[in-house]
Design a protein around this ligand. Structure first.
Ligand SMILES: Nc1ncnc2c1ncn2[C@@H]1O[C@H](COP(=O)(O)OP(=O)(O)OP(=O)(O)O)[C@@H](O)[C@H]1O
Ligand SMILES: [Mg+2]
Length: 406
């Protein structure tokens, strides 16, 4: 049996649920010691619509994992994909008496994160960005530095309280507890983005089944995240509609024969398939299939482009896009996105400097979210009490964080 010193995560998706447990090695690297995956239930477009159904599949997943790996995790890091996510940079400013003290840091961070939220929303992440001394010098850690004025910036991500409660209640129903909740694209960014990519301006795009999530970073840190309520399911539905098939048959056609950029198709061939209304065997052309797929992907990319433009993020993304999620697994997805945005595009891969484990887990796109959850450690706001109790206790948690990190 593994020791008790491990952390666990669950990536709850529209299509699948992926669980990981990892132990911390002596050098602070994580080593994956348990994994399991199952089809999701009770989630639509990234949002829980049936706590009962989702809790049932999670309970089963946990039972199987306990049996296979002799692990009994009770505390989990979980993701959230909330289409109502909002992002703001909070700013704080204090005057300093000669050198910056810990109290100055606490005060400037507290004033930066003091933004009020509507009653139906709550702060999910408060992420430290840079400090500025005397309105000119930007530093990561100003402690003990000479200054007259100290300014700080924090990135605040808010989500719908109802979505947070649903996740907590779902895990509670499975006799589990929430360790922390992390926005899906932020979690995945820890697993696949390098510091250099972030510094140069990058957009991580996670094309899931029900949603497409993104986060944009520049040299100051995270800039904005968003969730678009479209994903691989829309592509599947378009195929089902175009060729009159069931959803399952359309998904099979997409995953086995799909090509996202029709001009990248090497040769046209005929594919056997079954229609929904007429069960006899039919054939369709791979080119036609690819054309339907390309159009559906272009719709998703257009929604993303509009969102990035609307938020004035398109000019920040200088080092391009990094793709992840099941929807990005379709052949020539990279080429299509490159063609669409005329920017650099690459498929995200797990960085192994902070995590190790079986190769087939580290290269399986379905575990990227769970790995990112295990690696997440950016927040000023640390644990679930804060999430559960609204703003209560933030200062206490903040103090703990500053003591630990400076
Ligand atoms: N080889 C493939 N070609 C095309 N699509 C694929 C392929 N593999 C998986 N997909 C699609 O990826 C989607 C599932 O991706 P993923 O597991 O990232 O979603 P999820 O995390 O469950 O959902 P979400 O994040 O949207 O809540 C499905 O639409 C599936 O059809
Ligand atoms: Mg997902």
């Amino acid at each position: 049996m593994a020791g008790d010193n491990y952390i666990a995560s669950i990536d709850i998706g529209t299509d699948k649920i992926a669980l990981l447990a990892a132990e911390k090695d002596f050098d602070n690297r994580l080593r994956i010691i348990g994994h399991n995956i199952c089809a999701s239930d009770g989630v639509r477009k990234g949002v829980i619509f049936s706590i009962d159904s989702l809790s049932r599949v999670i309970t089963k997943l946990i039972k199987e994992t306990n049996k296979s790996f002799d692990l009994t995790p009770g505390l989990f890091r979980v993701n959230i994909s909330d289409a109502h996510v909002t992002c703001t940079d909070g700013k704080g400013k204090v005057s300093v008496n000669e050198v910056v003290t810990r109290d100055d840091l606490d005060a400037v961070l507290a004033s930066a994160m003091a933004m009020s939220t509507p009653s139906n929303k709550e702060k999910l992440h408060i992420i430290k960005k840079k400090f500025t001394i005397n309105e000119s010098v930007v530093v990561d850690n100003p402690l003990e530095m000479e200054a007259e004025v100290l300014e700080s910036k924090v990135h605040i991500v808010t989500v719908s309280s109802a979505s947070v409660r649903n996740i907590e209640n779902c895990l509670k129903q499975s006799d589990l507890q929430v360790d922390k909740i992390v926005l899906t694209s932020i979690a995945k960014s820890h697993a696949i983005l390098t510091q250099e990519e972030k510094d140069n301006g990058v957009c991580i795009v996670d094309i899931g089944a029900g949603v497409t999530s993104f986060s944009v970073f520049d040299e100051e840190g995270i800039v904005r995240s968003g969730v678009i309520s479209m994903g691989g399911d829309e592509v599947t539905q378009e195929i089902a509609f175009a060729f009159d098939t069931s959803f399952e048959e359309a998904k099979r056609l997409k995953e086995f024969y799909g090509v996202a950029k029709s001009s990248a198709l090497k040769e046209e061939k005929l594919i056997d398939f079954t229609q929904a209304t007429n069960k006899e065997e039919h054939q369709l052309s791979s080119l036609q299939l690819s054309e339907v797929i390309e159009e559906a992907y272009r719709e998703i990319l257009l929604a993303l482009k509009n969102e990035l433009k609307h938020r004035k993020l398109d000019t920040i993304i200088k080092s391009g896009f990094v793709l992840c999620g099941g929807g990005a697994q379709v052949i020539s997805c990279e080429e299509l996105v490159r063609d669409f945005f005329t920017r650099r595009v690459k498929m995200g891969t797990i960085h192994r400097s902070r995590i190790s484990g079986l190769d087939n887990i580290l290269t399986d796109y379905r575990y990227t979210g769970s790995i990112g959850l295990l690696l997440h450690e950016d927040d000023l706001k640390k644990d679930v009490d804060v999430i559960s109790n609204g703003n209560n206790g933030v200062m206490g948690k903040l103090k703990k964080w500053t003591v630990r990190n400076f």
